[in-house]
Design a protein around this ligand. Structure first.
Ligand code: SAM
Length: 270
């Protein structure tokens, strides 16, 4: 028996023209596109992004799979069992299946669970991952805030699990990307205010889509109802590379470039 190929395909952050050429090719080549959605009544965001790139093909199946937005294992377990059965059945028939995810498949995505399970469930099935433009790069582009420069360190964390350790992270890193902020927005803005970082923070929702919103005064959204696809980027910009005034960072940068030249890596043009 020859199994079909399984793909995890990132469809980017929201704009239908931010899919990679490879993602579009795979989506038009596969026998089945597996489409996660929260329930039968909501349209999948990943599919809304991908659909304009998929040519009509009566042979291709669009397999919708429901994954309720919950952390409750007793609800998610049966949903996954159903999805595994549906995907496995098609792979066993030798069909290629592309499971689409918004953004990148390896960043906080439903695909990650499928990826780990696939190894155990279908060890013979080859799994290929097609990276997508992640919101971690789309949000800084929308906000016009560089994510990292020179010696800056970046932290990415989901704010959903509370703001208890956030104070330390804000202290230790130069740029802090706070994903999944919607349900804890009041706590996050409160903490940024306490830390004197309000003017270093930008709120972005639905980056790259036609409904993109960028708010530089994050106090404005403190009492707003935030959408799920929203993020706060805090960029302290205290040691931002060649044009910064931070002498210590500059010295370290020069040393790093020098070591590259010594090892024959050529010039690290900035
Ligand atoms: C389950 S994660 C999915 C991340 C996705 N796989 C990626 O690579 O961007 C969902 C979170 O990503 C962030 N997010 C995803 N797309 C976004 C967008 N277009 N604009 C702002 N935030 C976004 C939000 O913080 C949201 O709560």
């Amino acid at each position: 028996m020859s199994w079909g190929q399984l793909y995890g395909v990132g469809v980017g952050p929201g704009a239908p023209d931010l899919l990679t050429v490879r993602a579009v090719r795979v989506l038009n080549d596969v026998d089945v596109i597996a489409i996660p959605r929260p329930n039968k009544w909501s349209k999948s965001l990943a599919w809304r992004i991908a659909e304009p790139n998929v040519e009509k093909n009566d042979e291709q199946e669009h397999l919708f799979l429901e994954f309720p937005m919950t952390k409750d294992k007793s609800v998610l377990g049966p949903a996954w069992d159903k999805a595994f059965a549906a995907i496995g059945q098609r792979l066993a028939q030798g069909k290629s299946v592309a499971f689409i995810t918004q953004g990148d498949p390896m960043v906080y995505s439903t695909f990650i669970y499928l990826f780990s399970a696939a190894n155990k469930l279908w060890p013979e099935v080859p799994v290929k991952i097609i990276p997508g433009v992640t919101s971690i790069s789309a949000v800084p582009a929308a906000a016009r805030v560089p994510l990292a420069d020179g010696m800056e360190r970046v932290a990415v964390l989901p704010a959903t699990y509370g703001v208890d350790d956030l104070r330390q992270v804000l202290n230790d890193f130069d740029t802090i990307v706070l994903m999944k902020v919607s349900s804890v927005i009041q706590d996050v803005v409160g903490l940024l205010e306490e830390e004197g970082l309000l003017d270093k923070a930008v709120y972005v929702e639905k980056a790259s889509s036609s409904e993109e919103r960028v708010i530089r005064d994050v106090r404005q959204i403190r009492h707003d109802k935030c959408v799920y696809f929203s993020m706060i980027v805090v960029a302290k910009k205290e040691r931002a590379g060649i044009l910064s005034d931070d002498a210590e960072s500059l010295q370290k940068l020069e040393k790093y470039w020098q070591s590259g030249v010594d090892e024959g890596e050529g010039n690290h043009a900035h």
